[in-house]
Design a protein around this ligand. Structure first.
Ligand SMILES: C[S@@+](CC[C@H](N)C(=O)[O-])C[C@H]1O[C@@H](n2cnc3c(N)ncnc32)[C@H](O)[C@@H]1O
Length: 391
């Protein structure tokens, strides 16, 4: 294992000083402690590794001009909120590292010598090697870059797809000039069918995806295995929370399942809907867009229509904030099983505790999406207790 020369100054990773076996034991212990704290019954925890480094296919970082050295710094903040100049990050897949090095060698100036002061950047490499950058700079600096053209032309000349600002506008050349056009979804990420065959996901560089399609493939594989093993029918009805661009949704649809997806993000829901239609899968997909921490599905339906679907499965993959009020929706759904995927085990444990009046935790796994850090992805399977069945 290589050593990271930025450890321990960089706060991105906390575990470079620990052998991987120790990291594994710490993560299992952490999850076990949460289970005990939340008074959940003992459950064996399986640990699945996706590799010890170089997993990531997207990276978010800051670019900032340093008045002292009169150079730009590209990197991550340390404990003292100082920006560390990062040239090589061992978390990045080699293809991402290569475009990071290319990107950070470009001149971030306009009108000759005026530096971009500060901004946020996301870089992505796609499964087919396309290069993408999302520049979230101030409106004033974006306007200057568009007028000046030099940096942006260099990015386009180097085959970067460029997305700009919170609205994810795409940078295009029109009659020799640079323009901002409507957002253009592309295949920046992929999911898998139950046989492990890739399915492209259409989205913006700025849309959420898992950090790596290699680790995501393991999450999808576990989920599909459970669905296959425990479904009464070949095809099931699934209530989903947090569908995003469809990492799991598309895989379920491809297997013939029907999905009712509940998602707050308009852009990713629209991209999922368009892509499902393109793949001929939309007849089995319904997407409800709302804040489901507060609303129930019925609130998002036309007046007087009720949610008459019987769900056999609930699949939830919330953000750090967990499910909140959606736990009630899951309990009311009649789902025989729940699959809970989470990058934040604290909120997952709280939600499972809440669900434990009707559901038993029957399987629990860690997928180590974030090696060298104290983060990990948890994947839990819950089964409805017999008395909890709605007749
Ligand atoms: C961890 S991401 C998972 C996305 C997707 N399953 C994937 O793997 O790419 C969590 C998702 O939950 C959605 N979300 C967060 N809060 C929500 C809420 N209150 N109601 C509905 N969806 C929410 C986010 O927009 C995001 O798409």
């Amino acid at each position: 294992m290589n050593d990271c020369s930025y450890f321990p100054q960089c706060r991105g990773c906390t575990h470079w000083d620990k052998p991987y076996a120790e990291q594994q034991a710490l993560k299992i212990q952490n999850l076990r402690d949460l289970i005990v704290q939340h008074e959940l019954p003992h459950c064996e925890i399986e640990f699945l590794s996706c590799g010890e480094s170089q997993l990531r296919h997207r990276v978010d970082f800051t670019v900032q001009y340093d008045e002292v050295t009169q150079k730009h710094i590209f990197g991550f903040y340390n404990q003292n909120k100082q920006l560390l100049d990062i040239q090589k990050c061992l978390q990045m897949a080699p293809s991402l590292q290569s475009i990071y090095s290319e990107f950070t060698s470009l001149p971030f100036f306009y009108k000759g010598d005026i530096p971009i002061k500060k901004g946020s950047v996301r870089l992505r490499v796609s499964p087919h090697g396309q290069k993408g950058c999302w520049l979230d700079f101030s409106n004033v600096e974006i306007k200057e870059l568009l007028d000046d053209q030099i940096l942006l032309q260099k990015l386009l000349d180097s085959d970067f797809f460029v997305e700009i600002g919170q609205k994810g506008k795409s940078l295009i050349r029109l009659n020799g000039n640079l323009k901002l056009a409507d957002p253009q979804p592309r295949s920046w990420f992929q999911t898998y069918d139950r046989y492990g065959q890739p399915i492209s996901m259409q989205g913006l560089i700025s849309d959420f995806t898992q950090p790596s399609w290699e680790s995501a493939s393991l999450l999808v594989q576990i989920t599909n295995q459970w669905l296959h093993e425990f479904s009464k029918n070949q095809t099931s009805t699934i209530l989903e929370f947090g569908s995003g661009l469809g990492q799991f949704t598309l895989s379920f649809l491809k297997s013939g399942h029907r999905v009712t997806a509940c998602e707050v993000d308009q852009s990713s829901s629209q991209n999922l809907s368009l892509h499902a239609a393109h793949l001929g899968l939309s007849d089995r997909l319904q997407i409800h867009v709302a804040d489901f921490h507060r609303k129930s599905i019925v609130d998002t339906m036309p007046i007087q229509q009720t949610d008459s679907s019987i769900y056999e499965w609930a699949f939830v993959n919330p953000a750090r904030s967990g499910l909140k009020k959606f736990t009630e929706q899951v309990i009311a759904s009649s789902a025989d099983y729940i699959i809970y995927v989470s990058c934040y085990p604290q909120s997952m444990a709280t939600d499972i505790q809440q669900l434990s009046s009707c559901y038993d935790l029957i399987d629990l796994k860690i997928v180590d999406q974030f090696p060298q850090t104290d983060h990990y992805e948890s994947v839990a399977l819950l089964k409805r207790q017999h008395h909890g069945f709605k007749e």
